[in-house]
Design a binder for this molecule. Sequence first.
Ligand SMILES: Nc1ncnc2c1ncn2[C@@H]1O[C@H](COP(=O)(O)OP(=O)(O)O)[C@@H](O)[C@H]1O
Ligand SMILES: [Mg+2]
Length: 257
Amino acid sequence: MRTVAIFNQAGGTGKTTLTMNLGYHFARRGFKVLLVDMDPQATLTNFMGLDPEELKATIYESLTSRKPLPIRKNIHGMDLVPANILLAGAEQELIASLNREARLRRALDEVRAAYDLALIDAPPSLGMLSILSLAASDGVVVPVQTHFKAYLGTDQLLRTVRGIQEEVNPDLRILGFVPMQFARRSTHDRDVLEALQEQLEKVAPVLPPIPMATAFKKASVEFKPLAAYDPRHHAVAVLEQITDALLEALGGGEDEV
Ligand SMILES: Nc1ncnc2c1ncn2[C@@H]1O[C@H](COP(=O)(O)OP(=O)(O)O)[C@@H](O)[C@H]1O
Ligand SMILES: [Mg+2]
């Protein structure tokens, strides 16, 4: 099993959307996919059609009490470890625990044989839950909005990833940046995309930009990945290209990722 975190400390960049959609594209290709919600806001859990408040078991108990991962099976061909607001308390509770960074990695160890790919939807912060997410991952995918402010935030993000590589997880690799909510007709967006490509290509590949499209919002209201909601939507082809690129970055071509 390979583990990939979708990470950016800013909210609203499209992390959760990307996690669910990429998971779906990998699952369609025959990969056994586990999605892991590491955000106390539980947007992924919501997008997958569950009501976070009604859940008896979530990722929280696995991190704090080492309970087995509560896996919800076969939602659009993917499995999900859900979260809810309780997860917000985990940071505080883990403060005094030894080797707390390894808690998510350890929890995932139990299911390694059952999956080809785990995708972690990281929270919008640089706190403990993000550290746990990155410590558990082989690779990180960074969605970045094609806005100037988002562009400025990438420095801080890269410092965090480097810190994790130096202190906790030397094997962590940035698999790619995914420009998100790209408005092709906007000169501002085109300028920022160009600047992002120039700046970030030195660090990791800048993957094809995902267009701004209300269909993403509409699909999420129906609890569906875009390709299930509107298979012919032009952004579906872009998601396929990104899936190809990630497969290759993960050492694709083989039977397993
Ligand atoms: N490419 C896109 N075009 C238009 N809206 C998008 C796109 N990607 C995501 N969204 C919408 O933007 C909002 C924030 O996305 P989300 O994935 O929840 O971001 P994050 O997880 O980074 O906070 C959601 O309402 C989502 O439907
Ligand atoms: Mg989110």
